[in-house]
Design a binder for this molecule. Structure first.
Ligand code: ARG
Length: 257
């Protein structure tokens, strides 16, 4: 009898322990939980904004900024790596609290998600190999231009391709664009200028600006109606005033301006 009671007690303790482990709460959940977790998603294929170091740790401008925001608001930051293409859907399904992924705050996206104030502006550029003869939009005729799925460049390339007569190849990873370029599977990679300049500086590549597109700045995206938007905007303002944003720009973006 004593033994059975002990066993039941043991089971209860185990079950209780497991339940406690599973209850780490997200920012959208109840506030009574001690440990507030802020779930951020990103597509870590976009240096200097987000990538992985040799050990697989997230690094970049967005990652540092996300950590500062989480710290200011008293959250523990949890980062999930996803395909860029899936980020908006994850926000809409409320599976994550926010997205920081060099995401341009376009009016089209604003129909489905809310954005913070913008924190960086990048133009667009075309990246080619160093020996390429392609130096302007006119030279793109009959060529293959690579873009990342779900980006504003995918949409922009679709429109430009009609006027300039090029093929659009879509890949789901931004780093893959550079691999495709280096192995001649595409003639040009079309991407954010800040990111493109980084690759041009680091590898044997060159590029030219897109004179046609005027994209909005990058913002942090949230599920529609999220209460985090105002809190995060307040933090962004504070970090700006304290010079912290400038510090991050000096750290990550000084080589790519
Ligand atoms: N700025 C572009 C956009 O918003 C591309 C962003 C790609 N980001 C990334 N982490 N791969 O569509």
């Amino acid at each position: 009898m004593k033994k059975t009671f002990g066993f039941i007690l043991f089971i209860i303790l185990i079950a209780g322990g497991l339940a406690a482990c599973g209850s780490s709460d997200s920012a959208s959940g109840s506030a009574e939980q001690e440990e507030k977790v802020l779930k951020m998603a990103t597509s870590a294929d976009f240096p200097p904004f987000e990538s992985r170091d040799a050990e697989g740790n997230f690094e970049g401008f967005d990652i540092d900024l996300a950590n500062l925001i989480a710290e200011e608001l008293g959250y523990e930051l949890e980062i999930e790596d996803m395909k860029f293409d899936g980020l908006i859907g994850a926000l809409q399904a409320d599976r994550i609290d926010m997205v920081m992924s060099g995401m341009s705050a376009t009016d089209k996206r604003k129909k489905n998600v809310d954005f913070s104030t913008t924190y960086h502006h990048s133009g667009e550029m075309f990246v080619t190999t160093a020996d390429s003869a392609i130096e302007s939009l006119e030279d793109l005729e009959g060529k293959t231009v690579g873009v990342q799925l779900g980006t504003i460049q995918e949409e922009g390339a679709e429109t430009l391709s009609e006027e300039y007569g090029f093929e659009v190849k879509k890949v789901d990873d931004s780093g893959l664009l550079i691999q495709e370029l280096n192995s001649n599977r595409i003639d040009v990679g079309y991407m954010d200028k800040t990111v493109g300049v980084g690759y041009v500086n680091e590898q044997d590549l060159k590029g030219f600006d897109d004179p046609t597109m005027s994209s909005p700045g990058m913002g942090i995206a949230f599920p529609k109606g999220s209460e985090l938007v105002t809190d995060v905007n307040d933090v962004l303002k504070k970090l700006e005033e304290e010079g912290k944003i400038q510090e991050l720009e000096d750290k990550w973006l000084s080589d790519v301006k």
